[in-house]
Design a protein around this ligand. Sequence first.
Ligand SMILES: [Zn+2]
Length: 188
Amino acid sequence: MVSIPECIWTAMLDAFAEAPPNVERVAYLDGVGAVGEGTVTTVTIPDADLHVGWYEVSAEAMSLAARHGRRYRLVRLAQVHTHGGSDCEHSPRDDQMAYSQRAGSLSIVLPHHARQRPAVIDARVHVRTDSGWDVLGAEMATKHVRSIPSVVNLRSTPWKPSRIGTKATREAFWRRWLPFRKSPSPSK
Ligand SMILES: [Zn+2]
């Protein structure tokens, strides 16, 4: 299982949104753990050649995209790329040109060049087995990738700055803080 924090997924979609329209986008999800088992910490956008219907990551671009992984001891946990339409199954080229052919590697494909900001659960997930790339059904996919929240805010009321606190005066500052100052506790 590879866990993808929401904020990382969002950062990847933001990066994809900057690409020219109608070309495929590609990114790698790097993190801590091992192939097929880890937590994503970093989105890597390779300097790929992006085209309508395909992309290419040159050997040089791939090498550059691996540098920080060595430096921070990250593992490449998944590849994500986009298709222009709703069909998100690997093409023969996708099978051949995937970032890794190691068993357990994951390849995620997003529809419509991710313009509709799909969630992890909307993605088409492929896993590399000993015999090739398998496309997973929705239920199987949840056993391989999951989204985890980046912020859990359990406050029942929204945060509002206090009226006193917004007055930038010395008087207001002391009125705010004096009641909370602890008097020195007597030694036991
Ligand atoms: Zn593809």
